[in-house]
Design a protein around this ligand. Structure first.
Ligand SMILES: C[S@@+](CC[C@H](N)C(=O)[O-])C[C@H]1O[C@@H](n2cnc3c(N)ncnc32)[C@H](O)[C@@H]1O
Length: 338
């Protein structure tokens, strides 16, 4: 089965499990789609109205268009997942960490404290392990103190069937044993994902202007870039972000047509490179849709994480909260990296 057939068929909501999962900071539902394909019903919480509508229209679940805060009262749930806002930690961000008003971790920790789920997971940018590792330490310390064993790893989506190099941090909290999904050997290429569209000029195509081409050439020269940063059919894509999809920047995502023109990536192309199936429709204006796609956890990776989390969830707990705290079990993981 080829890539497009595969994602279109496997990434469909199913409800084989009785548990309901809360997805905090749910965006357009990339993470939730993976969990719904693994059999779970999800409930999303997302303050951006257009993203919440995308979620609600595509998934078999509700997405509450609200801004989460520390006073929020959650419905009961045994599994919490989420993508707390990551701008403060991106390499290009302000690096303000805990002082940044857009920081979602206090809310995520508060939800875990209030609901005491059996398992939880969150995703974040890799910068949290580097420039902002002091902050990461703080976050997992707080979560550990609630009586959870914490496992975390940087995963590159390209090793999980997604045609894109995208490294993100995944953190799991539990009281049993968690095994990360095994990476695959075969990498999927841009050509396999969008080969049927990438050299065409569909209606509404947007091209880089002459001045943007000049800007790109300058940018590439200044950053000693050997290969132009166009997409190559025989390789996976570089990381898709809100900035390089929606913004007119020197490193914006584009394809180079056979006549030499550079065309901006279409929403559908970007969605495929993020492993969204073709039936997934995005709502909002052009920029809102690019942002939803660029922000998402690739659903195909989310699906594999969901299966791993399901295994952990179904296991009998090996330790009680008290045992974890008494034996300082949670500290093993916390200390390895610091
Ligand atoms: C990284 S994106 C999440 C992407 C999502 N996990 C996915 O896979 O599609 C983070 C989202 O958090 C939302 N957000 C930020 N602060 C929020 C808050 N206080 N309450 C609800 N949503 C919030 C943003 O609008 C953004 O869509």
């Amino acid at each position: 089965m080829d890539y497009i057939e595969y994602i279109n068929s496997i990434l469909k909501p199913k409800t084989t499990e009785k548990e309901v999962i809360l997805d905090l900071f749910a965006g357009c539902g990339g993470l939730s789609l993976g969990f719904e394909a693994a059999g779970y019903k999800t409930i999303g919480f997302e303050m951006d109205k257009a993203a919440a509508v995308t979620y609600q229209n595509n998934l078999g679940s509700d997405c509450h268009a609200i801004k989460l805060d520390l006073d929020f009262v959650y419905p009961d749930a045994e599994i919490i997942i989420g993508g707390p806002p990551c701008q403060p930690f991106s390499v290009g961000g302000y690096q303000k960490g805990i002082e940044d008003a857009r920081d979602g971790f206090p809310v995520f920790i508060d939800a875990v404290r209030k609901l005491q789920p059996k398992v939880f997971m969150f995703e974040n940018v890799r910068g949290l392990l580097y420039t902002n590792k002091w902050y990461f330490h703080l976050v997992i310390n707080e979560l550990s103190k609630l009586g959870y064993i914490i496992d975390y790893r940087l995963l590159n989506a390209v090793n999980y069937g997604v045609p894109q190099n995208r490294e993100r941090l995944f953190v799991f909290g539990h009281r049993a044993k968690f095994n990360f999904p095994k990476p695959q050997l075969k990498k999927v290429t841009v050509g396999e994902a969008i080969g049927d569209i990438m050299f065409t000029v569909p209606d509404g195509s947007k091209f880089l202007t002459e001045s943007m081409d000049t800007y790109v050439a300058k940018y590439e020269k200044a950053s000693s870039c050997i290969n132009p940063r166009d997409l190559y059919a025989d390789k996976p894509a570089r990381t898709l972000t809100c900035r390089n999809l929606a913004g007119a920047t020197g490193d914006m995502q584009r394809v180079r047509l056979k006549d030499g023109r550079r065309r901006r990536l279409l929403h559908r192309e970007a969605a495929r490179l993020q492993s969204f199936p073709d039936w997934y429709e995005f709502t909002g204006n052009e920029t809102q849709q690019y942002n939803q796609i660029g922000n998402a956890v690739p659903p195909l990776l989310a699906y594999q994480l969901a299966l791993a989390l399901k295994e952990c969830y179904k296991m009998d707990e090996l330790y009680t909260k008290e045992e974890i705290l008494e034996k300082d079990l949670q500290a093993n993981n916390v200390l390895t990296l610091f």
